[in-house]
Design a protein around this ligand. Structure first.
Ligand code: FRU
Length: 322
């Protein structure tokens, strides 16, 4: 049997990433980047612009593949002007998409502003008519070919049903050795809370933790652990402070963050963290080691544009072969 696949379930879109000196003022259309005009420029002209494939699940699949995993993305792929862009980009990163539904729809896009001055990324997203995966989407897939399925926290009602199906199949077929993980990223969406009890590994963002009243990562994972399944692990990355996890026995482990020489591009840093965690947990590493690796990989990503420089940088630092 070929090497098992790790599958990420969620969205793919086009990210139009505008790298600017600083976040522009509202309702302005002025300025070059000339320091003669205003020191540092006004932020209305891009230092650089890139059109890339984005979406949490799509990004995590990319990073998993770059780290050497047999990765698959599963989500609706829009059929239209940009179909070949998606197909070629996935192919270039060796991410399988052969089982995705292809649907006639407008391409979902994110207009992203990455500010050099503040290191922030601001995302304005649009999806006009690309349907989410239906609840029965996984029924057509050969589950024995996977050992890990990760669900992005969206399309909640259907994700609940998909996870229910995978669990039921696992119970019926003990030879299915499949781990389920889920991500809760967007804050103030109460419907996301059902996801807490869906995965053996649950990732929550700093935003979600803060929206629930927590001000530090350790109390967040400790305080929210009771919402997860017995035996599961709850993981929370916390930007420049690192990451924490609450293990099945209630103990908490943490890792420091990894600082790149400079913050260049934070788009997809969280998706990278998740991918690197899964990469290490999947091969049986203990959670504290997986956290450390994930902080290094995510920190390394923040120092470069996009994901593709990662394998070389991680190889140079020795992490890829640790
Ligand atoms: C980054 C990202 C982008 C995408 C946006 C969707 O985490 O997945 O690639 O445009 O978030 O919310």
């Amino acid at each position: 049997m070929p090497e098992r696949r790790v599958m990420t379930v969620g969205m793919v879109c086009v990210d139009i990433i505008n790298y600017v000196v600083r976040f522009p003022d509202e309702d302005t259309d002025v300025g070059s980047n000339s320091p003669l005009e205003v020191p540092g420029g006004l932020g209305n002209r891009c230092l650089d612009q890139q059109w890339c494939r984005g979406g949490n699940a799509s990004n995590s699949a990319t990073v998993l593949s770059l780290l050497g995993a047999n990765a698959e993305f599963f989500g609706s792929i829009p059929q239209g002007d940009l179909t070949s862009f998606f197909e070629e980009d996935f192919r270039r990163d060796r991410v399988h998409v052969d089982r995705c539904p292809r649907l006639a729809a407008r391409t979902p896009t994110s207009c992203v502003i990455v500010s050099a001055a503040s290191g922030t990324r601001t995302i304005v997203h649009s999806n006009s008519d690309l349907p989410e995966l239906p609840a029965d989407a996984l029924r057509r897939l050969p589950l024995r070919e996977y050992d890990w399925i990760h669900f992005e926290g969206r399309n909640i009602a259907n994700v609940n049903k998909m996870v229910e199906y995978v669990r039921a199949e696992r119970e019926k077929n003990p030879e299915l050795k499949l781990t389920i993980s889920v991500e809760l990223e967007k804050a103030n969406r109460p419907e996301l809370d059902t996801l807490f009890s869906l995965g053996e590994v649950v990732f929550i963002s700093k935003d979600v933790a803060m929206s629930k009243g927590f001000t530090d990562m350790e109390s967040a994972v400790r305080g929210l652990k009771a919402r997860t399944l017995p035996g599961s692990v709850l993981i929370c990355p916390w930007g420049e402070l690192g990451a924490a996890a609450c293990l099945a026995d209630g103990s908490v482990v943490t890792s420091e963050a990894h600082r790149p020489p400079s913050v260049v591009d934070t788009v997809g840093a969280g998706d990278t963290f998740i991918a690197a965690c899964i990469w290490r947990l999947r091969r049986g590493d203990p959670v504290n080691r997986a956290l450390r690796t994930a902080c290094v990989v995510a920190g390394t990503k923040v120092g470069v544009k996009g994901f593709r420089p990662l394998p070389q940088l991680l190889k140079d630092s020795g992490l890829l072969h640790e």
